[in-house]
Design a protein around this ligand. Structure first.
Ligand code: KG4
Ligand code: ZN
Length: 358
């Protein structure tokens, strides 16, 4: 079964074609991040205006690439052949999946209304996918092993930090969440405090990597919030405040490369220590076979290596999507739709900025 997945919950516009939930045929993502950089964060209006312009070209490109991979001899398409692209989709796509929340309302509406229109025009089933469920299912895109149930999923994105217990496909039990900021938000805010660019995660990672032996001797110590709380909840706003206090107590931090690297390094370690400890504890408590991680922060190299080490110590298998599929994309939406296939009447599907796990 070939599913066209569409993703527009934040500033990315993604479309992808995935076969049987695992085989990637095409993945196209257009991001307004360069436009957003000058504002230091996502401006919803800027994101939505850009998405209106790019959504159809992005979908067309995903269809063209999929047709090339499938290489059905007479059907090598190019972007000027609008009606041929449509005909190819009508013949080859089995369903359309759209991430209808949570996210920014303007951005969601563009994806949802486009997906509804295509489903009606092409007479295809429409599947509504929770964006966070999509982040989990990015881990099924691979030719090697796949995660085994029961599993713990850690979702670490710009808006969420959630621990989910899954006993089977489509069964999501929220066992812990952040009480305030998400991990991604903390990366973005701390990057801003240090005078770094947006998005903050990759910037913090880059600056932390520049830490030299001399810099590592600077004593920067940050808290590991709620690390011993005995539950699976998180809190990152105190950590952000600790960085604010540090920067206020020593203004040289934002001007000194060494000091900035030392703070970025310690901040990243603090976030990763908490995420890893709680995830591993949850995997042990619920006797899970696998740990899966998803969301933009899953692209973080330190998180990937520390989680892998900790999982090996307790003899669990850990899965991360590729770095490209950790951040928002249409592939994960198509993959999730295959495993959690819930058809919906296109006229009934609503964009839902606050969508919860169901
Ligand atoms: O999942 P995502 O692409 O969008 C949302 O659903 O929010 O996540 C975006 C978040 C941003 O906060 C960004 O700073 C963070 O993921 N991020 C990272 C890295 N790459 C992206 N955080 C830490 N390290 C990274 N390499
Ligand atoms: Zn996301």
């Amino acid at each position: 079964m070939k599913i066209l997945g569409i993703e527009t919950t934040c500033d990315e516009t993604g479309a992808a074609v995935v076969k049987d939930g695992r085989k990637l045929l095409s993945n196209v993502v257009s991001s307004s991040v360069d436009l957003q950089k000058k504002y230091g964060g996502v401006v919803p209006e800027v994101a939505a205006r850009e998405q209106i312009k790019v959504i159809i070209p992005v979908i067309e490109e995903a269809l063209i690439k999929a047709s090339q991979i499938l290489n059905s001899k007479h059907e090598i398409l190019n972007k000027s052949q609008k009606s041929k692209i449509q005909n190819w989709a009508k013949k080859n796509i089995d369903a359309i999946a759209i991430s209808h929340g949570p996210g920014l309302i303007g951005s969601l509406l563009i994806g949802v209304e486009t997906a509804k229109s295509l489903a009606l025009a092409w007479e295809k089933p429409l599947i509504g996918v929770n964006h966070l469920v999509g982040h989990i299912y990015a881990n099924w895109i691979s030719l090697d092993n796949k995660p085994k149930f029961p599993l713990i999923a850690l979702i670490v994105s710009g808006g969420h930090t959630d621990l989910i217990l899954m006993r089977k496909h489509g069964d999501f039990k929220l066992i812990g969440t952040t009480l305030d900021d998400s991990a991604g938000e903390a990366f973005d805010k701390v990057a801003r405090l240090l005078g770094l660019g947006y998005p903050g995660g990759p910037e913090i990672e880059r600056v932390a990597r520049q830490l030299t032996v001399d810099g590592s001797q600077l004593t920067v110590k940050l808290p590991r919030p709620m690390i011993g709380s005995g539950d699976f909840n998180f809190s990152f706003s105190g950590l952000k405040t600790a960085v604010v206090n540090l920067v206020h107590s020593d203004e040289a931090i934002v001007h000194s490369k060494e000091k900035k690297s030392a703070v970025a390094d310690e901040f990243q370690k603090a976030v990763v220590d908490v995420l890893v400890k709680k995830t591993v504890e949850a995997a042990q408590k619920f006797s899970c076979n696998s740990i899966v991680v998803g969301g933009g922060v899953a692209a973080n190299t330190l998180l990937r290596s520390q989680m892998a080490d900790a999982a090996t110590r307790i003899d669990k298998k850990v899965f991360f999507p590729s770095k490209t599929l950790s951040v928002d994309n249409g592939t994960m939406i198509a993959a999730a739709a295959f495993y959690v296939y819930k058809k919906i009447n296109p006229l009934k599907l609503q964009a839902d900025p606050e969508l919860h796990f169901t």
